[in-house]
Design a binder for this molecule. Structure first.
Ligand SMILES: *Cc1c(COP(=O)(O)O)cnc(C)c1O
Length: 386
């Protein structure tokens, strides 16, 4: 089969993806493919990607540290801003130690194979992010997948398992559904069955928990013991990068063995420098989180009647990720196109990113949106819905 036929098949199934061209910086109002749109597509939950304080910090970072790191972190590319950021991150999430990575995808595919090897066993939620799925493959460990947040099935799998090392792996906030994993119960299972629990907090860090300390903090938990927390710095933190935090013993081991932290050029020090400012804004940003939460409540109140009428489904998400499940691929694309005709961009998400028959609009809100903009989206969907 040629790649052309495969491409044609994707197209026929309504699964061809297209990267729309952004002609302006990330924000609620953008030029997309040359047209002004109101965007509900970004994960810049606190509006930090273009925050003046962060731009200032990055500019200072550039003038103090230059652009590139020049080498991997073990060969001279580990700069003071990188080291300081790791200490600040550990402190912020309440862990003994943290290790920084260039991106969240790199973090996951480095951490999991470093923790688990051939003969070990991984227990993974079926709705985990693609990077965690690939991470499991790279580890060569046995892969047991459990139905989304199904603790009963997970416990059955754990109790039947005899592997020496075990790891439970889950998104903390699920990236396409917006729901929150039951971390206290998962940790309890991890402790009872002598397993590690690694949570991917890409969508909780900065927005959930006191001062935005993340989903673990939301439940009163801290990294340490059996709990290892990975978080990303390109979403709410507004920059780029990721980290893993936990007990010093675990992080020391990851520093020695996570290949995506060892065999890659160090992160640009200007960015790790800027991230210190990002952490400061997150920590003092209760007002931003309050604005975001008010918008989430407003959007859900507006969407519920539309869904009740049309047969669309609004899952129980309390986070900034608000999916509207429409079902079919073509039907979902049609709704997204109709929105775009009205100047509104909420991306259509189709399989394999989500299960078959669960194509959806993925609406994401940020603190930079205004109430009127949310109302505009609700009004447009009211017109479009069957
Ligand atoms: C975005 C995301 C990642 C990848 O993080 P990047 O820093 O964008 O590479 C990993 N896990 C989840 C759940 C995500 O949503």
């Amino acid at each position: 089969m040629t790649f052309r036929t495969r491409l044609d098949e994707l197209k026929a199934a309504g699964l061809l993806r297209r990267r729309r061209l952004a002609g302006t910086p990330c924000g609620p109002e953008m030029l997309i493919d040359g047209r002004p749109v109101l965007s509900f597509a970004s994960n810049d939950y606190l509006g930090l990607a273009t925050h003046p304080c962060l731009i200032d910090a990055a500019t200072r970072g550039l003038s103090d540290w230059g652009v590139g790191a020049g080498a991997s972190e073990f060969l001279g590319g580990h700069f003071r801003p990188n080291r300081d950021l790791e200490a600040k991150l550990a402190d912020f999430v309440g862990a003994q130690k943290a290790l920084h990575f260039a991106t969240g995808f790199m973090a996951n595919i480095g951490i999991v194979p470093a923790l688990m090897q051939r003969g070990d066993a991984i227990f993974a939620d079926k709705l985990n992010h693609a990077s965690l799925i690939d991470a499991v493959r790279l580890s060569y460990a046995f892969n047991h997948r459990y139905p989304h947040c199904d603790l009963g099935v997970l416990e059955g799998q754990l109790s039947a398992n005899r592997a020496k090392q075990r790891l439970i792996l889950t998104d903390a906030v699920f990236s396409m559904d917006g729901d929150i994993a039951p971390l206290p119960h998962l940790l309890e299972l991890a402790e009872r069955y002598d397993a590690w629990l690694l949570i991917d907090d890409a969508h909780g860090f900065g927005v959930l928990g006191p001062q935005g300390r993340g989903t673990a903090a939301h439940f009163g938990l801290k990294p340490g013991g059996r709990l290892i927390v990975m978080g990303t710095l390109g979403k709410a933190a507004g920059v780029a990068g990721a980290f893993v935090a936990g007990d010093a013993e675990v992080i020391d081991w990851l520093e020695q063995s996570a290949r995506t932290a060892i065999y890659t050029t160090g992160a640009p020090p200007a960015l790790t420098f800027a991230l210190a400012e990002s952490l400061r804004i997150i920590e003092t940003g209760d007002d931003l989180r309050e604005e975001l939460n008010a918008l989430i409540a407003r959007l859900r109140a507006g969407l519920q009647p539309i869904c009740d009428r049309s047969g669309w489904r609004l899952p129980a998400s309390m986070t900034a990720i608000q999916p509207v499940i429409i079902g079919g691929n073509e039907a979902t694309l049609k709704v997204a196109d109709a929105l775009l005709e009205r100047g509104i961009w909420a991306p259509a998400i189709r399989p394999p990113t989500v299960p078959d028959g669960q194509a959806r609009l993925r609406i994401s809100l940020t603190a930079s949106h205004g109430e009127m903009q949310v109302d505009e989206l609700i009004a447009a969907l009211t017109e479009i819905a069957p």
